[in-house]
Design a binder for this molecule. Structure first.
Ligand SMILES: *Cc1c(COP(=O)(O)O)cnc(C)c1O
Length: 368
């Protein structure tokens, strides 16, 4: 099989050195391994800009959704009510999780190409004093929009509610001052901006709020408090941990530090993103999200006008030449997506745009 680089937002293209870490079958109970877990947890707190006194990090087996489901089903009690702020498929997924777990909820739905309005959220909180928790997505990977969590945090904190943020595709790629904003639970996963491989999610949790959640979990394997309690003792995971993924993630964190941390990663992703949009526009392909709210992680594009090809034709052409792109996910328009996170540089973006340009030319010729 021909290898290709992923222009998808997780799993994404990782370095060879991250992949090489997975060639060792590590034991799970010895001190070396527990130490790796503890180091990962400490580094995650540093990246979140919070202290071990106020916050704690919990690693949870499974993909990112398992982490979101773990938080929603563990910290929202039977008497509590959740306000879900949604402007994309991942916000809607929180609604699905709440429905499956019979969590009492209210959903504020915004259009996919608009950021949620903090004033509306303030009003909803005033009108519904029974709401105890508010959850939202930071980088909506559905569209590539970057929601203003700082503005929403202001409203949520003023109202004294618990704030849950799905920062799956932004944590590590966009600086999030978790403590300053008063985010109580932030969820991300191994295979996004930290550039590890898939296999676990992680939660940055406000200690006090986590303590309050003891005994509330609706699920055994996703019980956040229980997972934390075991891990906090000495770094032991509650059930079998994804050892290879953990080793790869530890390496990915080291490489991230060597690159220059979140700031350097944000710069690289932003440069990739700007170059991508500039070159796509030159080919008559425009982004779905307005410049003001476009995030640096992934971009949704409209097809060029009067195009006569399918996504899979374009996908196959590009894949044969070394890159995998992503289909669109917004509901009301025909679009496709290009992610630019992972081990991806401007050189890759230029190559991709050259390939796409060639593809469009062959299509035009045939049309004539
Ligand atoms: C990737 C992602 C998730 C989790 O998806 P999984 O497929 O379960 O890893 C959740 N929210 C957002 C915004 C994401 O980008």
């Amino acid at each position: 099989m021909n290898h290709y680089k992923l222009l998808t937002p997780g799993p994404l293209t990782t370095t060879d050195t991250v992949k090489q870490e997975m060639l060792f079958d590590h034991c799970t109970w010895d001190d070396d391994y527990k130490k790796i877990t503890q180091e990962i947890r400490a580094k995650l707190l540093t990246l979140a800009g919070v202290s071990d006194k106020d916050y704690t990090a919990v690693l949870m087996q499974g993909s990112g959704t398992f982490g979101v489901e773990s938080v929603l089903t563990s910290v929202i009690g039977g008497e509590d009510k959740l306000l879900i702020v949604s402007n994309g498929a991942y916000g809607e997924r929180m609604g699905d999780i709440a429905e499956h777990a019979s969590i009492s909820r209210l959903i504020y739905k915004q259009a996919y190409d608009k950021v949620p309005d903090p004033e509306v959220i303030g009003m909803l909180l005033e009108e519904n004093p029974d709401i105890t928790h508010v959850s939202m997505v930071h980088s909506e990977t559905t569209s590539g929009i970057l929601n203003d969590i700082a503005a929403v945090a202001g409203v949520v904190k003023k109202a004294g509610k618990t704030f849950i943020v799905d920062a799956m595709s932004s944590f590590g790629g966009v600086d999030i001052p978790v403590g300053e904003l008063g985010i109580d639970f932030l969820i991300s996963s191994a295979n996004k901006c930290i550039q590890g491989v898939p296999g676990f999610s992680f939660i940055i949790a406000n200690r006090e709020k986590l303590m309050e959640s003891k005994g509330k979990a609706r699920s055994l394997s996703l019980d956040l408090y229980d997972q934390w309690e075991t891990m906090e003792k000495d770094g032991k995971w509650r059930f079998t941990s994804p050892t290879h993924v953990v080793l790869a993630f530890a390496r990915a964190l080291e490489e991230m530090e060597a690159e220059g941390g979140i700031e350097a990663r944000n710069r690289r992703y932003t440069d990739n993103n700007r170059l991508l949009i500039r070159r796509m526009k030159a080919m008559g392909i425009s982004p779905y999200i307005g410049e003001e709210y476009q995030g640096p992680i992934i971009t949704t594009f409209f097809y060029p006008e009067n195009h006569s090809f399918t996504f899979s034709e374009m996908y196959e052409y590009i894949k044969e030449r070394g890159y995998a792109i992503y289909p669109g996910k917004v509901t009301e328009a025909e679009t496709f997506r290009i992610g630019n996170i992972g081990e991806i540089y401007e050189e890759d973006i230029n190559k991709l745009c050259d390939i796409l340009g060639e593809f469009l030319q062959t299509k035009e010729k045939r049309a004539v």
